[in-house]
Design a binder for this molecule. Sequence first.
Ligand SMILES: *[C@@H]1O[C@H](CO)[C@@H](O)[C@H](O)[C@H]1NC(C)=O
Ligand SMILES: *[C@@H]1O[C@H](CO)[C@@H](O)[C@H](O)[C@H]1NC(C)=O
Ligand SMILES: *[C@@H]1O[C@H](CO)[C@@H](O)[C@H](O)[C@H]1NC(C)=O
Length: 511
Amino acid sequence: MDEKQAFKRTKRFKSVKASWAISAVLITALYVIILQLRKLESDIKGEQPSLSSFKLHSIYRHGTSDHSYMQVMEIDDQILEGGEARFSEFSSVTNDPDDSDHEMWTSSSKYATKNPLDYEFGLSFQPQVLKRMRYRDPQFVESYMNFAHENPHMASQVHLDWIDETVLVPNISDKQTVVSLALMSSDAYVRLPHTGDWRNLTGPWNHSVNSGHGWNSDGLRGHIFVNQEQDIVVIAVKGTSAQVLAGSGEDETTVNDKINDNLLFSCCCARISYLWTTVCDCYLKSYTCDETCLERELRRKDRYYKAVLNIYKEVAQKFPSSTIWVTGHSLGGSLASLLGRTYGLPVVAFEAAGELLATRRLHLPMPPGYPNYLEGVWHFGNTGDPIFMGTCNGASSSCSIGGYAMETSCHTGKECIYDVVKEKGWHVNLLNHRIHKVIDEVLEKYDEPARCIPPGPCHDCFNWKYVREVRSSSSPPTMTTTSSTITTITSEPTITSSCVGRNWYGWCTQY
Ligand SMILES: *[C@@H]1O[C@H](CO)[C@@H](O)[C@H](O)[C@H]1NC(C)=O
Ligand SMILES: *[C@@H]1O[C@H](CO)[C@@H](O)[C@H](O)[C@H]1NC(C)=O
Ligand SMILES: *[C@@H]1O[C@H](CO)[C@@H](O)[C@H](O)[C@H]1NC(C)=O
């Protein structure tokens, strides 16, 4: 044990330490290089989820006059050409930046296009568990709703079969996806070339009613966008076309839009004061309204809700295996939500007025317990928009002055709210309702889409009393077994030959 040996040992120890240090440095360097490569790779990819491409496939229009009709226009090369001509004609007329009322498409250069009909929309999606009815066949769903409408007190006893299903839904935390859906909603406002290419689906096309009203008079429109690879179909429902509320200027559907707005979003037929023209006759006395009458009005076949269901039925038949999403702006957004809730479809609505009350009045099937986290309905809106916030209803509000009774504020599903009042110092103004302003100055300006959360407690029309008219003529339907869970219906009562009335699941109620 001399000094020499001890020295050797320290030397060896030192060299071991050095080699450790060197390998540590190497590993770190390698790691850094890998990270850099990864970053480079994701930079090239744009660090975004891969987007699927959607294109306009066809347009449905549904009349809402007494002589109802539905037509479809499939988008082919000829129509695309016509669209380009029409669009350039319109854009040249409205190049004036102050004339944004008539703007047909967003002014953002990022989405510049010669022809909105030919635009390619990029969306990303993700799987999500949604609670929906096991049987969603239109015939089944509609017969259930007829039953619920006829027997509102018994509807709650009917046990519907709800299941948790994994469905592809739009990735609403992806900015590009949200903007694309908003663009689709605004596309639904774009006026189309007047071509003879509308194909009759239901007929006959009543010329005496429709001639002279322009090509798209008086009705509801649904634009159908399709992604082939993932087999996803988006229905964009066209909203209100009034000067005060519209996404883009006055259209031919203004009168009908106002009636439907006032029916869906007012407490009682837009009976604001005795000065108002009501849209239905359900007002009884001070702050008392006939609920049965209201529900009947909403379900009339010349109303937009019926029209949007019919459009869905056509689309579902045409794309039987596709995932169907619904979107829309304003009245279109609310109708999208009503349709989505009827059939358990994912919905993204923009600046829609509160539609919770309408879902109740229409007796839309509600999942038991109303679980927010399994909802597939997302309401995007900004705090500067009085219609979305439900504050456009004082006597001096611009809605009232325009003849709109927008009294509701409660939404279903989740709310994704951009607080432009607090964060950008905006004032509450109807201009903040417009789809182009929303796209260009809200959705585009924020780095990320607003976070979607379940709305807080909300109660519309709390100062109103709703009563059901006592029906004397028809006796309430009788159920032979008054069990509260009517799930296991295996066989009917024996007398089947003389059955004159059946309820929604085919059980005989009248003999
Ligand atoms: C959804 O979008 C966000 C933001 O772009 C992204 O980080 C996330 O990976 C996307 N999810 C899917 C499943 O694509
Ligand atoms: C639609 O129906 C009307 C009336 O029945 C008819 O005049 C018209 O030509 C039809 N249009 C097409 C494209 O078939
Ligand atoms: C078309 O509309 C007119 C006017 O409302 C009506 O008199 C006529 O019966 C309608 N025709 C058809 C075929 O529905």
